[in-house]
Design a protein around this ligand. Structure first.
Ligand SMILES: [Zn+2]
Ligand SMILES: [Zn+2]
Ligand SMILES: [Zn+2]
Length: 455
């Protein structure tokens, strides 16, 4: 590549953070070597010598950046190590360089990953403690535009259950997760009928694909479903949560994408920002898939990019799997096209009332079982996103059992005076009752993040 000195069509920012000092255990699949080979490959290919590709150092996310998104139990310090704060900070740096117009696109190649971290965090689940891409979006909304309309397209092989949870009631964020069917892979969720809360119906879209889906199947989903949806939603910002564990060589999953497929997928989605997620085929896939995404984002030619064992037949889709994919696309399209009716039905039944959902959330890495009840105000005032009350009990299932109970009050950025007032009173009430170990207030309107601790 150096010989003809290519120029990137899109100015591309790269933020690289391999977190050399953080791993769950030394031989865990989510470890530092994940990015070492990729970094070597990028240098070898001379990508950093290309005119228009720049590398930026990640900044450190602050505690406030985290508290804007998460209720960390017991607190941010305990759950977010310096590595986590740099990983999230790397995503913020990407957003900053993009919004300041320094680059046209940016890719945060950071770990630890984030898309399995829910709003409430008792510990690590699915290798994630804090949600890098949500922290990035909330940073942008706080510093630039509170009404920013965002699309997430999560192409990691696992369902992006954490990001889905954080934005489940937010009508300004369209969260699309494409993943291997939850009946065959962790975390076991992400079905088409998970559509978002009453005020945000069909702003959560799940596309569970059968094991063995290849480039052809993925690109069908992009062309037939996702691109038309993006055209209608008209987002200000497109974010690709770029997991690479659906590569055919990945040891944890059963999908069949090639590096060419990744590049082509990214080219068609045309995201402004990409944030790395999973990908555990460290030597055989990651250097090629990451390179493919980088070339596509920079608008450079990727047609010669091939794994050593690549064969064109890998990209093709068998007809049985293709039929299943087409059925799923039809279902999701139905929900999307009927979204206005779905929302008005919800408002008819619970308008100006409360909606509740109860869940059990398991933390596979830290072995914690959480019981959570979410109570969401569905407000009739136009553009008011209501408020959310959360009660959660985390049981740490170690040698000695430890139970931690919390209550949290969430006031979203776009909220009417009355909904804000009621939520503030609820926070005071929880503190006075003294029933919980911790009570939290997350008030995004005036950036007020409080925690009350029972003595
Ligand atoms: Zn996904
Ligand atoms: Zn994954
Ligand atoms: Zn309201």
């Amino acid at each position: 590549m150096k010989s003809n000195v290519p120029v990137a069509k899109n100015r591309l920012g790269l933020i690289f953070f391999p977190a050399y000092d953080w791993a769950i255990t030394p031989d865990h699949p989510e470890r530092e070597e994940r990015l070492l080979y990729t970094h070597d490959q990028i240098i070898e290919e001379g990508l950093l010598d290309v005119e228009g590709i720049y590398e930026f150092k990640p900044e450190l996310a602050t505690e406030k950046d985290v508290a804007r998104v998460h209720i960390c139990v017991p607190n941010v310090k305990t759950l977010a190590t310096t590595s986590h704060l740099i990983s999230a900070g790397g995503a913020i740096t990407a957003a900053k360089k993009y919004i300041e117009g320094v680059v046209d696109k940016a890719f945060a190649l950071v770990r630890p990953p984030g898309h399995h971290a829910f709003r409430v965090v008792h510990g690590n689940r699915g290798f994630c403690n804090i949600n890098n891409e949500a922290i990035m979006v909330e940073w942008l909304r706080t510093n630039y535009n509170p009404e920013l309309k965002v699309v997430f397209i999560d192409t990691d092989a696992h369902h992006a259950d954490g990001t889905q949870d954080i934005y489940y009631h937010d009508p300004n964020v369209l969260h699309i997760s494409i993943h291997q069917d939850g009946r065959t892979l962790y975390p076991g969720t992400g079905f088409t009928w998970e559509l978002g809360g009453p005020g945000a119906m069909a702003k959560t879209l799940n596309i569970p694909l059968p094991p063995g889906t290849t480039d052809e199947g993925y690109l069908y989903v992009i062309d037939e479903l996702i691109l038309p949806i993006l055209e209608e939603f008209k987002p200000d910002l497109i974010i690709n949560s770029a997991g690479q564990d659906n590569h055919y060589s990945d040891p944890l999953t059963n999908m069949g994408i090639t590096a060419q497929g990744y590049a082509e997928l990214n080219h068609r989605l045309n995201p402004h920002l990409a944030v790395l997620q999973g990908g555990y085929s460290i030597e055989d896939a990651l250097p090629y898939t990451n390179l493919g995404i980088l070339l596509a984002m920079a608008g450079l030619d990727y047609s010669n990019l091939k794994e050593p064992d690549y064969h064109p037949s890998r990209s093709r889709q068998d007809s049985r799997t293709m039929d299943q994919i087409k059925q799923i696309v039809e279902q999701v399209r139905y929900y999307w096209e009927n979204r206005d009716r779905l929302i008005s039905d919800e408002f008819e039944t619970i308008g100006n009332g409360y909606y509740q959902r109860e869940r059990e959330i398991f933390y596979d890495t830290d072995y914690i079982s959480e019981k959570q009840k979410e109570t969401v105000k569905v407000c009739n005032t136009p553009d008011c996103h209501g408020h959310i009350f959360i009660k959660s009990i985390g049981t740490h299932l170690g040698i000695y059992k430890k139970r931690v109970s919390i209550a949290a009050v969430i006031i979203p950025r776009l909220v009417c005076k009355e909904c804000q007032q009621i939520a503030r009173e609820k926070y005071e009430e929880y503190c006075q009752k003294g029933q919980y170990h911790y009570v939290y207030l997350q008030n995004q309107v005036n950036e007020e993040y409080l925690r009350w601790v029972r003595e």
